[in-house]
Design a protein around this ligand. Structure first.
Ligand code: GDP
Length: 139
């Protein structure tokens, strides 16, 4: 299914603010099909594993504290050209730079608490989806 799937999670700021439903509506209206979804929570250690690629960055400790501060909604999504189209739908990492109408422009609080994650490659979509879901949980 190369090129057809991406991984996302709605982050603690957006879940806590009650924006889960509005964000999922935007995702479905943009043509993505939800393959797997749950509401869960990351420990600081698991958040550290998920963001291991950033462990040398100055914001790593803050990021893992934030990502373990509340519930998250991880999802696997399907659509043609999923990774690239989803990155367009969510907008730039920094909401001040995110294009108008994107999920981060509408819902993100800051460069850190930026409402939603989107995989940056097909390979990472596969790795990140498997971090949260077994093969039998994907429909
Ligand atoms: P993404 O692919 O757009 O999510 O961005 P990155 O992979 O570069 O960063 C991962 C996550 O780390 C972002 O989504 C933010 O939550 C957080 N982050 C990125 N840059 C910064 C920063 O400069 N400061 C802080 N505090 N957090 C950041």
């Amino acid at each position: 299914m190369a090129g057809k799937r991406t991984f996302t999670m709605i982050k603690p700021d957006a879940v806590g603010a009650g924006n889960t439903g509005a964000i999922i509506k935007m995702i479905e209206e943009a043509g993505f099909r939800i393959i797997a979804m749950k509401k869960t929570h990351l420990s600081k250690e698991r958040a550290g594993q998920f963001y291991e690629v950033h462990k040398e960055r100055p914001f790593y400790n803050d990021l893992t504290s934030y990502m373990s501060s509340g519930a998250i909604i991880p999802m696997i999504l399907e659509k043609d050209n999923a990774v690239e189209d989803f990155r367009k739908l969510i907008g730039a990492t920094n909401p001040k730079e995110a294009a108008e109408g994107t999920i981060r422009a509408l819902f993100a609080e800051s460069i850190e608490a930026n409402a939603i994650h989107g995989s940056d490659s097909d390979e990472n979509a596969q790795i990140e989806g498997s971090f949260f879901f077994s093969a039998t949980e994907q429909f």
